[in-house]
Design a protein around this ligand. Structure first.
Ligand SMILES: *[C@@H]1O[C@H](CO)[C@@H](O)[C@H](O)[C@H]1NC(C)=O
Ligand SMILES: *[C@@H]1O[C@H](CO)[C@@H](O)[C@H](O)[C@H]1NC(C)=O
Ligand SMILES: *[C@@H]1O[C@H](CO)[C@@H](O)[C@H](O)[C@H]1NC(C)=O
Length: 568
């Protein structure tokens, strides 16, 4: 009897497994299959004529409908079971055929995707409802971005069965209908961060990455575009910055490249949060403006910087400040995103104390380093606010330095998840980026030369399970939960380039995507590794079909036998 009950419980769980990733907030499913008609199409529901959409908006939706239709045609994913869905065949071949998916916007106005993505933080409604019955499918949302999220979900419901013989047709089918999904993200900021300075990524790599992000409903591309080793961002105000600071003329993001990335991101419902990391991590500025940089390439580098080459923008110098403000304003204008990061990690004190100019500025004004730093960062943040954006900083700007930053500032916690509470206690809103859970570059050994036994500073490698076990509310009081804006998976590129970008990022970043889509604490029982694994397999196999080189999670044998490879 015990065994039987156990089996009944398991069977129910097994039946209710859906392949959706990230898991929707609320889903009710029946048990009947449904197949797509040969002529199936995605269309706007009556009353939602293209005229109702402003030109830009309808073009945005057009792109999304084409993308979803392509996935419905090309995913051709067979169910991940030993018989690859063969046993579904008779039920599928007699299932009703669905002719359309109807999309409807619930509110009066349609806005272009770029407009929607420029709304203030938290004011973009990404919710959608998807209702599929034996004869109709309807997707409703308040925004175009909401429709995009729902379209992604719809494509993930589909499985494929090849034709059994010449007389038969192949089938695209949905299991377990009728189906009602009501979904929305827990957090407004669900990002992938990519460093394009240590090693350069061609625009095509970035576009491909954005496309994979959309399949996981990630909605922010945090573009750590410049750093100490190279300055690949072209500037019309300061052309020498990239001309001299990039690795080569071929390794520059020209204005039209950045615009392409921002537009493509928007067409996928993703906003681009640019970061110009200052005042540390700016040695690459010295190629064009040697006078602006303290301790440039000073040795031993480890006394003056976390990585070679050393170099930080001078403090207390009005020309440097005017330059930095202008760089920030120019960069902030490249994307309509609500947030812009001025960085601020790893400011090295020795570099400044030994810099004659910064030291003189301190003496002249009998002031401290933090007060020079405060003037610098406040000025940059005012520049960011002038562009109607919220400034974002790395955690040291709050925890290590006493700068009195305004309370609209959002703090990215990267050094350790243990620092989340301290940031929250200071009253700031925060983005999770903890290296102990969310760094994709850890565990690949050391990249410094002459270090045969060294490991990465943030060992070990963060497995998808480790990332998935992250709790966005860990250590916070209930009344601090509202300070969590979201989180990101991050790839620093000391040992990454276009060659290993996708295998390094996917599918692990998708684990973070579900954490920040579903939100909540682990205590609620929402996140369960055993339940998640078959769904993440499904997502991985599906995006591989979409051309993403996401690495396997397990032997194929295990992927076809959910539970069979669990720890005994
Ligand atoms: C749309 O907005 C309404 C009113 O704010 C809200 O109740 C609903 O959940 C939103 N989303 C969808 C998909 O209806
Ligand atoms: C900042 O502080 C002001 C005054 O206390 C308060 O009204 C506002 O809501 C705070 N803003 C944020 C983003 O916490
Ligand atoms: C590296 O480890 C090996 C084995 O423990 C040791 O023999 C060797 O001296 C180490 N090399 C360095 C440079 O520390």
């Amino acid at each position: 009897m015990q065994l039987l009950l156990h089996c009944v419980a398991l069977c129910v769980v097994a039946l209710s497994v859906s392949a959706l990733w990230p898991a929707p907030q609320d889903m009710q499913r029946g048990s009947a299959p449904l197949r797509l008609a040969e002529s199936f199409e995605i269309r706007l529901a009556s009353g939602n004529t293209v005229e109702r959409f402003s030109n830009d908006a309808s073009r945005g939706l057009d792109f999304a409908i084409k993308r979803a239709s392509r996935h419905l045609d090309d995913d051709r994913l067979r169910r991940l079971v030993v018989d690859r869905g063969q046993s579904d065949r008779s039920a599928v071949e007699s299932a009703p055929r669905l002719a359309h998916l109807d999309l409807a916007l619930l509110n009066e106005d349609a806005f272009s995707l770029l407009d929607e993505l420029s709304r203030p933080l938290g004011e973009l409604d990404e919710s959608y409802t998807l209702h599929v019955t034996s004869h109709s499918a309807r997707l409703l949302a308040n925004t175009t971005v909401g429709l995009l999220r729902g379209l992604e979900t719809f494509t993930q419901l589909l499985y494929f069965l090849p034709a059994a013989s010449k007389e038969h047709e192949s089938q695209r089918y949905i299991q377990d209908t009728p189906l009602l999904i009501a979904d929305r993200p827990a957090f407004p900021h669900r990002a992938l961060m990519l460093d394009t300075s240590r090693n350069f990524y061609p625009v095509a790599s970035l576009l491909h990455t954005l496309d994979a992000m959309a399949s996981a409903k990630l909605n922010v591309f945090h573009w750590h575009i410049v750093d100490q080793q190279s300055w690949p961002l072209a500037s019309s105000t300061f052309p020498d910055l990239a001309q001299l600071g990039a690795y080569s003329p071929e390794e520059v993001y020209w204005p039209e490249d950045v615009e392409l990335v921002v537009r493509r991101a928007a067409s996928l419902g993703i906003s681009v949060m640019l970061e110009i990391d200052m005042p540390g991590h700016t040695a690459s500025v010295a190629q064009a403006f040697p006078d602006y940089v303290a301790c440039h390439d000073k040795r031993p580098w480890s006394d003056y910087a976390a990585e070679p080459p050393a170099g930080q923008l001078k403090l207390g110098n009005p020309d440097v400040l005017a330059f930095a403000e202008r760089v920030v304003r120019d960069a902030a204008q490249l994307s309509p995103a609500a947030l812009f990061s001025t960085g601020g990690d790893e400011v090295n004190t020795a570099c400044y104390l030994e810099d004659p100019e910064t030291a003189a500025a301190m003496l002249a004004n009998s002031t401290t380093l933090d007060s020079l730093l405060s003037t610098f960062v406040h000025s940059l943040h005012d520049a960011v606010r002038k562009e109607s954006k919220i400034p974002v900083v790395w955690e040291e700007m709050i925890l290590k330095h006493d700068l009195g930053l305004k309370n609209d500032t959002i703090v990215t916690v990267w050094i350790s998840s243990h620092n989340v509470r301290a940031v929250a206690d200071r009253g700031y809103r925060l983005i999770h980026a903890a290296s102990d859970y969310l760094y994709l570059d850890c565990g690949s050994g050391a990249w410094l030369g002459k270090a045969p036994n060294a490991t990465s500073w943030c060992d070990p490698f963060k497995s998808w399970q480790k990332i998935y076990s992250f709790d966005p509310y860990e250590g916070l009081e209930p009344d601090q939960h509202a300070q969590v804006v979201g989180g990101e998976a991050l790839l620093w590129s000391e040992q990454s380039g276009p060659e290993n970008l996708e295998p390094t990022v996917w599918p692990r970043a998708a684990a973070a995507a579900e954490v920040f889509w579903t939100g909540g604490s682990l205590a609620s029982g929402k996140r369960n590794l055993a339940e998640a694994l078959p769904r993440l397999h499904d997502w991985r196999y599906r995006v591989v079909r979409r051309g993403v080189r996401a690495v396997p999670l397990q032997p194929h044998w295990c992927a076809l036998r959910p539970g069979a490879c669990d720890l005994a």
